[in-house]
Design a protein around this ligand. Structure first.
Ligand code: AKG
Length: 332
């Protein structure tokens, strides 16, 4: 008898098995910032005690609008070029993940998308990732040599479910921790439309077991922590341009979008330069220098070879993905 077609649940179960492997070995040696002189006293306290801090009005509104427009145009271009937006796909150096709970009446290509990855080498995104104040904060938290290694724009369309409680480092197959997340609200983020919730101080917890999201139809790769008391969760409502800086062991989630408006965010992840992969290379990880020997890398610095390498890796990933789909179709 032919095996049943692979479902999102099967894939998420495989992602969970892979992500949880060796999680006890992922540890953090110190919870103090690497260089307190680059941070304010309050940032140092918040980082050490809570595992996060907010930068209000950090990014001008016109930059948020440019980010939104660029992403929408990219997704629409992918759609015009005939790419399926309802399957994880790679195009022109970008990588989309579909939304599983998109509205029944899809009007625009972006209605079907959950995430667009790999933006940080592109002009405005590269400049933002290396902005003086943000680079200084990352050097304060991580030390004198820092890279940005992941970027994703997250659509949370009306009706989309939130991402359940998780710790980002579970997803990172690296030889050292922590990493630092930077979550920029490009729209308002409210409890109603899907803002983040954090559990203050939970960055001091080891990485917990993450189980596949139990809601049938949850997005690909959504994993959740169930063995923790979340009674002290704190909502983080944000205005466009606000930035949340958070430790990669911090437990956090986002709410469902119960409103009629889209909630959007741009997320970067930073890590110490020289971090090595302990597992398979991921198509969503691409190391780009931000700080070297304590000095910020000029925002315009761009090495085409690096981008080419990423695109090649993404192309190979897409090829393998297509072969896998073909095999699945033949077997079912
Ligand atoms: O923006 C969201 O809805 C979830 C983001 C998140 O939890 C993450 O990027 O780790």
């Amino acid at each position: 008898m032919a095996p049943a077609a692979t479902t999102i649940d099967d894939k998420t179960a495989r992602i969970a098995a892979y992500a949880n492997r060796g999680r006890e070995k992922k540890t953090v040696e110190s919870f103090a910032p690497a260089d307190e002189n680059r941070l304010t006293t309050e940032q140092c306290r918040a980082w050490t005690d809570d595992g996060f801090f907010l930068l209000r009005t950090a990014v001008p509104l016109d930059v948020c609008e440019e980010i939104d427009s660029f992403v929408l145009e990219t997704v629409r271009r992918m759609d015009r070029e005939g790419h399926r937006l309802d399957a994880a796909l790679v195009s022109a150096g970008s990588f989309t993940v579909p939304e599983e709970n998109f509205p029944a009446r899809v009007q625009l290509p972006e209605d079907k998308v959950s995430k667009l990855y790999n933006l940080h080498r592109k002009d405005r995104f590269r400049h933002l990732a290396r902005r003086d104040d943000l680079g200084r904060i990352m050097a304060g938290l991580l030390g004198p040599d820092v890279d940005v290694f992941n970027s994703q724009y997250i659509f949370k369309n009306p009706g989309a479910w939130g991402q359940p409680w998780h710790q980002d480092s579970l997803y990172f197959a690296f030889d050292r921790f922590p990493q630092v997340g930077l979550w920029l609200a490009t729209s308002r983020a409210t409890v109603e439309n899907g803002c983040l919730f954090v559990l203050p101080g939970s960055h001091r917890e080891p990485l917990h077991e993450h189980l596949p999201d139990s809601r049938p139809g949850a997005n690909l790769g959504y994993l959740e922590i169930r063995d923790q008391d979340f009674a002290r969760e704190t909502a983080i409502p944000m205005e466009p341009g606000d930035v949340l800086v958070f430790h990669s062991f911090l437990m956090h989630r986002s709410a469902d979008n119960a409103s009629s408006e889209r909630r959007t965010a741009l997320v970067y992840h930073y890590g110490a330069a020289g971090t090595r992969h302990t597992g398979l290379p991921s198509p969503t990880v691409d190391w780009m220098p931000v700080v070297r020997k304590g000095a910020l890398v000029a925002p315009g610095t761009y090495r085409p070879w690096d981008e080419w390498r990423t695109q090649t890796r993404l192309g190979i990933g897409l090829g393998l993905y297509r072969i896998q789909k073909l095999v699945e179709r033949i077997r079912s």
